[in-house]
Ligand binder design. Structure first.
Ligand code: SF4
Length: 464
């Protein structure tokens, strides 16, 4: 009788980059003969893929590890692994704080996950393996095992890892290292393969997609060329990307967005702050005026463009005047939505080492945060109301969490839309008439089905 496959469970903390890393880790473990489970009690391996960009990363990790300690005591064969940014940053400290962890691996050796788990099991000893940089050949940086996707029609494609910028609040350059771009032809071939597998939507991922190709030696393609090439792949109907850095948003990229029908009418352009003084202290490399000019150029070139952003409130030294500038720029930019964050110092960053008297009192920051939320929500509601009475092309993502007779999908502008139509499979492309608008979603009625869904569907990765 064949041996029962070992089971793995991956828990993901953090951004899309981390979620995609989890899909790649799942692909590597499955290539090694393992199967996914969503029940800790059935798992032979629990892998926590950590993030140190967002707040409370430590608490989340050690809270999870605390719960897993009891399970490990009951089942000493259970292997617990920690990967991702926090593992890269803290390395051996993870095992000092949680000695029941079997394997700690960083962001540069994701491709070694299965091997390290084997080594730890065979030799019955814990392993901490953190590399300072990605290997020169890039193989470990972009492991070749097929990622396990959670939606059949959509795939993330990492085009670049690392970041050469030095934003004062950000730990990414320290943990992810310098920018490394994947070769152009390899990326196009990957998208062709995905399209052959039924994928119709790809999201190109990088810390600063606009600088894609800068580090390549033989040929230095622009991100715009990549957008055009990926958009031309037969079967690909939607191309998204995240995130572009405003300072590197080039006219060529805007032109490629405007001229490539598959590239979605959505631009996520992180503003971070509206005060030039704060932007300079953050080392963002643009002024608010320059940001708004680029946005205006993009809006002129790309019809029906939705724009979203990230904003940090309460960066050290932010005055009332600085914050008023942020409110002004946010009002002028008329965002479709914004991820707003209260500044929280990340150990190891320049901002975290600023003198105490520059830190904004929590009550002041919280009050600013609420005011910003109101401005963002007003603009989001206006943008959504402008879509009332229109018919949107929607790709179905599955039943709504609250009501199984209602489906949830995304428009080309990346807006969430709910509409009653039980039974349409995930990946179906439908036309939906918009009947109601709220700040964070639309509601509609099914007009018709444009195309049947793609072919594969599995959900092995648990996002927290
Ligand atoms: S561009 Fe700035 S915020 Fe983005 S990853 Fe690089 S350093 Fe961090």
């Amino acid at each position: 009788m064949p041996a029962t496959p070992r089971k793995y469970l991956i828990r993901t903390f953090g951004c899309q980059m981390n979620e995609h890393d989890s899909q790649r880790l799942a692909g590597l473990l499955e290539a090694d003969g393992m199967e996914a489970t969503d029940d800790v009690a059935n798992a032979d391996v629990v892998l926590l893929n950590t993030c140190c960009i967002r707040e409370n990363a430590d608490n989340k990790l050690y809270g999870n590890l605390g719960h897993l300690a009891a399970e490990k005591q009951k089942r000493p064969d259970l292997q617990i692994a920690v990967a991702g940014c926090l593992a890269q940053k803290d390395g051996a400290l993870v095992r000092e704080r949680a000695p029941h962890v079997d394997v700690v691996l960083g962001t540069h050796n994701v491709g070694r996950a299965a091997e390290l788990l084997h080594e730890a099991r065979e030799h019955d000893r814990p392993i901490v393996e953190i590399l300072d940089a990605a290997p020169d050949d890039g193989d470990d940086a972009f492991p070749s095992a097929l990622p396990v996707r959670d939606l059949p029609h959509a795939a993330w494609v990492t085009i670049q890892i690392g970041c050469d910028n030095k934003c004062a609040f950000c730990i990414v350059p320290a943990v992810r290292g310098k920018e490394i771009s994947r070769p152009f032809d390899e990326l196009v071939a990957e998208v062709e393969k995905l399209a052959g597998d039924g994928v119709v939507e790809v999201t190109l991922l990088g810390q600063n997609v606009n600088s894609y190709g800068r580090d390549l030696t033989r040929r230095r393609p622009l991100f715009a060329e990549l957008l055009r090439a990926v958009g031309a792949v037969d079967g690909i109907q939607r191309v998204r990307f995240t995130s572009p850095h405003p300072k590197d948003l080039r006219p060529e990229t805007i032109a490629a967005m405007a001229e490539t029908p598959a590239v979605c009418e959505h631009l996520h352009l992180p503003l971070q702050a509206g005060s030039d003084r704060v932007l300079a202290a953050m080392h963002r490399g643009y002024t608010a005026g320059r940001y708004l000019e680029k946005l205006a150029t993009a809006r002129r070139a790309i019809a029906d463009l939705a724009v979203t952003t990230d904003i940090i409130v309460g960066f050290p030294g932010e005055t009332d005047d600085d914050f008023e500038r942020t409110l002004e720029v946010v009002a002028a930019a008329e965002y479709d939505s914004a991820y707003t964050f209260l500044f929280s110092p990340r150990p190891g960053t320049e901002a975290a080492a600023m003198p105490d008297d520059r830190f904004i009192p929590p009550a002041v920051a919280a009050e600013r945060f609420q005011r910003l939320r109101l401005v963002v929500e007003r603009s989001a509601r206006r943008k959504h109301e402008a879509r009332l009475g229109r018919t949107e092309e929607v790709i179905v993502e599955g039943p709504s969490k609250r009501d199984a007779t209602v489906l949830t999908g995304r428009t080309r502008q990346n807006k969430l839309i709910h509409f009653p139509a039980a039974g349409l499979p995930v990946g179906t492309i439908a036309d939906v008439f918009v009947t109601a608008a709220a700040p964070h979603h639309l509601t509609g009625e099914l007009v018709g089905v444009k195309a049947p869904p793609a072919r594969r569907s599995r959900i092995p990765v648990v996002a927290l």
